[in-house]
Ligand binder design. Sequence first.
Ligand code: XIL
Length: 385
Amino acid sequence: MKIYKISHLAIIATLAIGVFSCSEKSTEQVTEQSGSTVTLKEAYADKFLVGATLGASMFTTPNHPSLALAKENFSAVTLDNDMKWERINPLPGKFNFEIADQFAQLGVDENISTVGHVLFWHSQTPDWVFKDDEGNLLTRDALLERMRERAKMFATRYGSRIKIWDVVNEAIEDDGTLRKSLYNQIIGDDFIEQAFIIADQEMPKDATLIYNDYGMNRIGRRDTVLAMVKEFQQKGVRIDGIGLQGHWGMVNPSAEIIDTTLTLYAATGLRLHITELDVDFLGRDGMTGADVDIEKLIATPENNPYSDGNVPAAAEDKFAARYKEIFQTFIKHQKSIDRVTFWGVTDGDSWLNGWPVVGRTNYPLLFKRDGSAKKAHDAVIDLVK
Ligand code: XIL
């Protein structure tokens, strides 16, 4: 249970683990304390949108501190889970629009760009989507029709209020082969193309349609994405953006590799979106990517060294330097980049507290659990001062 103490400017203290600590602090004070007089969205206003993901609790908990921070600091927002098929349409004919409706309205009220995540993804999609009433796998045409209904449903309900869409997520493997998802098995190798054709026909004409994936620097995946974009362009299949998730480590991919990767994607002429940025402060044993389906590990003192919340200053400095090199590279490519979105607002919101190791206390974002800004936050802002 969360207990909130509320004062002005959305100032909240909570006893809940994983949200804010008990210090009462306004977002205004946070900005002052961080040493920056400008917010991320202000600092990068002439370069690209700076976004963050929002979770359901930020809408269901009155005056959630992360929502206040998001409104103040970010110019784009994405829902972390609540537009995924299993959340918004868990059973045939059953829809949960509560969170998504508030999200779309927030974009209008606060003048923040909203991102639709995600139309078609193999994960967090209920089994019924791929089956008929008798439990048999759908035909290609029936699944395409179901996909069209989903796109139509979003377009009818939100129209131009949601202008950026992750159309297909994670459909290509590290080695560049197509993921053998049920979408791929039922529809065939043109699943991604069909998804973009449907999105083009059903979503607003001014929407940005994105192919999104992790490990976009991996040569296999990269070359398949580049070939796919070229093929779509030649055939006249509309695709507007390439989404690089950006679930990165403290060392890899190097700034040099990020630079090369962005150069190659930018050459397609498509808009580039960094869609899910975080830096895994605690590391993940050399593992790269962000496959949600891997077998997760259990937290131990070795892989979860800062569970008491005390992060050494030297580690904070290293983390700030890592974000600095990443943003230096983004700035170099600012003409091609439309948006850089963090996957979460504060460390407490991050999915990296539960993946790929369950139960860790991770520190991957620019705001601490108590909502205060880190050195990494200031380092990112200092780059454009
Ligand atoms: C994650 C959410 O943050 C978690 O809450 C959920 O349990 C699993 O999915 N790539 C994506 C996102 O495209 O949708 C994933 O989000 C993280 C990896």
